[in-house]
Every structure is written in structure tokens, then in C-alpha cells.
Ligand binder design. Structure first.
Ligand SMILES: NC(=O)c1ccc[n+]([C@@H]2O[C@H](COP(=O)([O-])OP(=O)(O)OC[C@H]3O[C@@H](n4cnc5c(N)ncnc54)[C@H](OP(=O)(O)O)[C@@H]3O)[C@@H](O)[C@H]2O)c1
Ligand SMILES: [Zn+2]
Length: 358
């Protein structure tokens, strides 16, 4: 790693302080270097609050004039909730700027760089670009398509079962895998489950085993038949969205959650694409689908999942009837295998996405 990359990796680390606090905005980190020393660090800390560049300049230990800024994302050049950062960088005498990645918003991309160059600032784009892009997988997709980035996750046995049957809950993986799932939850805007899982598992869907903020919960309840004594409706740990058909929708907000009307499919289930469009309109940029198999299969079938995780135990479930979806390996590329105690986690990325990124 060269000097520029090592400073950008610090900017990437501090950007993560904004996780789950700025959505649907991107997380961003900025480091100021003067005479080879770091003199200021800043990140985008809250939605609508000052941007990373402004915080780094305001936090600087010494006058930032003639310093070099390392920013994970192209600075903004439009009036938003805050004044444009390109002007602020210029007014404070920043001489050079290293940028991780361009703004993925097609209407903005490259404008910040052009404006900085016109103001006489030296600009280099693409330092640790892949890592900087990976900070905002949700935002990157949402700003370009209006749809959230969708992650699927299943726990399955060695013989590909998600449980004994669809009437009971089966514990499949151990402590380390559960901890990893909670880490994944802490990195998304929302978790989604189907109606049957809501009834049978009666989960809280919170982040308990790691530090982090509980994401929003989304339940697909076509005809609004879920009993209201479920944990998700009563525990107040975080908000819950209940998705139902337009016919069954009555009012938006109640004490136990927010109802959202969604188009229905001919099979009388909620249309998966419409589910994502409605959630995108609510400003949700990333979703973790935690099942069960009916829900997962309906999103896989429509090609709406971007990344997929299998947590696999070494045990079999003899006579198990709840089969895990089988991925079409023409469409999916295995990215990683991680050992988690006795279990393992296999990560797949949709090939189309790998092509877009390369
Ligand atoms: N091992 C694992 O990773 C894991 C994870 C989660 C759950 N589970 C297990 O899975 C079982 C339940 O799974 P399941 O497959 O029977 O049900 P599910 O996926 O949890 O829920 C399916 C139900 O959601 C509603 N729904 C609405 N729109 C839908 C759509 N577009 N696609 C699919 N469903 C839609 C439908 O009910 P309505 O039309 O009536 O609303 C549907 O019957 C339980 O035994 C649970 O313990 C295992
Ligand atoms: Zn800005």
C-alpha cells in the first residue's frame, strides 16, 4: 500500500462511523494531510448534517491552507441540505484532492471533479476505488435505480435444508454464525421476512450480539392476517413496516407499525419488484432478506437479489422437508468462504454485478 492508499484507508475507516446514521445519504470519510502529517479527520455523521469534508476542515488542528484532502467520495457541488463542499474546500485553501470514487448519481457524477479543477485544485480520482465503492453498496444502487441493494441470507444444513418443516423453527448454526448475522443486520437499512417466519419464529430481528443500530423490520403480510401479539409488533426495539395489498391497506401509521400498500401478483402474493419500488420510495437503500424459503425463492426467481449468503452447518436434517433455494451457478459467482466455528459462510455475488464493477 502506498502513502496515498494508506491515508485513504484511514478515510474509509472513519467513514464507517456514519453507518446507519445518514441513510439514504452515503457514508463518507475525509482526512487532511499537511507536511506529511494528518491535521484533520471528519465523516458524515448524521442525515442532513455537515459533510465529511466540512467536519475535517472544522476539526483541523492547524490552518488547513495548502493541505491535501483524501475523500472517499467525490465532493458535492450542488446546494443540498448543506452548502456545496467543493466551494468550502476551495475557500479553505486545499491544494490537492485524492478521491476514492466518483458520485454514483448519474446526474452529478464528475461534476464535482470538473468544478474543483476549474478552481485550480489538483484532483486524482480512484485511490482504493473498489473499497470506497463498497462502503455504499446500498446508496450506489438506490441512487441509480430507485431500488434498494438486496442481500439474501439463509441458514442451512449440510444436506440443504432450512429446517425440519414449515411449521416449526429449527436451530441450525452456532454462536459465531449468529454473531456474523447480527453484524450483517447492523450494516443494512432494513431486514425483511415473510408472514410464516413472523408467526413461527416470532423473531425480534434486532442487533443483539454486536454493537450497532437495529435496522427497520419489514414483514410481507398480503392480507393483513398477522396476529398483533408478535414480538415485532410489541417490543418497540425499532420500527416495523407491514406490506399488504392495496385492497387491504387502510391507513399508513398505527402504534405497532407502518402499513405500505404494494401491487399484488396473479398468485395473490405481493409482487416482489413492487415491494422493492415501494421501499426505495421510502428511502430504504439496503435490505437483508432473512426468509423463509417461499419469500427467498420469489425474489430469486425475479432476479432481484444482488448478494447471497449461505450459513452452512456440518449436521444433516434427516427427513427435513424445508429445502433451501438452489442457486443457478450460471448467474452467481462464489466470492468467499469463511469458517465460523463449526459452521461456514459461503458468499455469492450475482455475476451481472461483478461485470458492472469490473
Ligand atoms: N433456515 C433459515 O434460514 C430460515 C429463515 C427463515 C425462516 N425459516 C423457516 O422457514 C419457515 C417459514 O418459511 P416459508 O417459506 O413457509 O414462509 P415465509 O417465506 O416466511 O413466508 C411466506 C409468506 O409470506 C407471504 N408473502 C407475501 N408476498 C410474498 C411473496 N412475494 N413471496 C413469498 N411470500 C410472500 C405469503 O403469506 P400471505 O400471502 O398469507 O401473506 C407467504 O405464504 C419456518 O419454518 C421458519 O422457521 C428458516
Ligand atoms: Zn458535500
Amino acid at each position: 500500500m502506498n502513502f496515498q492508499e494508506s491515508i485513504m484507508s484511514i478515510a474509509i475507516d472513519i467513514a464507517k462511523n456514519g453507518k446507519q446514521k445518514v441513510s439514504p445519504n452515503p457514508i463518507v470519510g475525509c482526512v487532511l494531510v499537511k507536511d506529511g502529517q494528518i491535521i484533520g479527520e471528519g465523516w458524515h455523521a448524521e442525515y442532513g448534517g455537515p459533510h465529511a469534508e466540512v467536519n475535517a476542515i472544522l476539526n483541523a488542528k492547524s490552518n488547513p491552507i495548502d493541505s491535501i484532502a483524501y475523500i472517499t467520495l467525490e465532493p458535492c457541488c450542488h446546494e443540498g441540505k448543506t452548502p456545496p463542499c467543493v466551494e468550502f474546500l476551495y475557500e479553505n485553501g486545499i491544494s490537492d484532492i485524492y478521491i476514492g470514487t466518483l458520485d454514483p448519481n448519474p446526474l452529478m457524477s464528475g461534476n464535482g471533479v470538473r468544478r474543483l479543477k476549474n478552481l485550480g485544485i489538483n484532483v486524482t480520482v480512484g485511490v482504493l476505488e473498489k473499497e470506497c465503492k463498497a462502503l455504499n453498496l446500498g446508496y450506489n444502487k438506490w441512487i441509480q435505480t430507485g431500488l434498494p441493494f438486496v442481500i439474501g441470507k439463509v441458514a442451512k444444513s449440510n444436506d440443504n435444508k432450512m429446517g425440519a418443516d414449515n411449521k416449526s423453527q429449527t436451530k441450525i448454526t452456532g454462536y459465531y454464525a449468529n454473531q456474523e448475522v447480527h453484524e450483517m443486520r447492523a450494516n443494512v437499512d432494513a431486514i425483511m421476512i415473510g408472514k410464516n417466519t413472523a408467526i413461527i419464529d416470532n423473531p425480534h430481528l434486532t442487533v443483539r450480539h454486536v454493537q450497532g443500530t437495529n435496522p427497520l423490520r419489514i414483514i410481507l403480510d398480503t392480507n393483513r392476517t398477522l396476529p398483533l401479539n408478535l414480538n415485532i409488533f410489541r417490543d418497540n426495539y425499532t420500527d416495523t413496516f407491514i406490506l399488504c395489498t392495496e385492497k387491504k391497506f387502510q391507513k399508513h401509521r398505527t402504534s405497532f407499525g407502518t402499513f405500505i400498500p404494494v401491487k399484488e401478483d396473479p398468485n395473490e402474493k405481493l409482487n416482489p419488484k413492487s415491494v422493492l419500488e415501494c421501499l426505495g420510495k421510502e428511502g430504504i437503500t439496503s435490505i437483508l432478506i432473512e426468509g423463509g424459503p417461499l419469500l427467498m425463492n420469489s425474489f430469486l426467481k425475479e432476479n432481484l437479489i444482488d448478494k447471497y449468503y449461505e450459513f452452512i452447518s456440518i449436521e444433516n436434517i434427516e427427513n427435513g422437508k424445508l429445502f433451501s433455494p438452489i442457486l443457478d451457478l450460471n448467474m452467481w459467482q462464489q466470492e468467499d468462504v469463511t469458517i465460523l466455528g463449526k459452521d461456514k459462510r459461503v458468499t455469492y455475488v450475482r455475476k451481472e454485478i461483478c461485470l458492472q464493477e469490473s
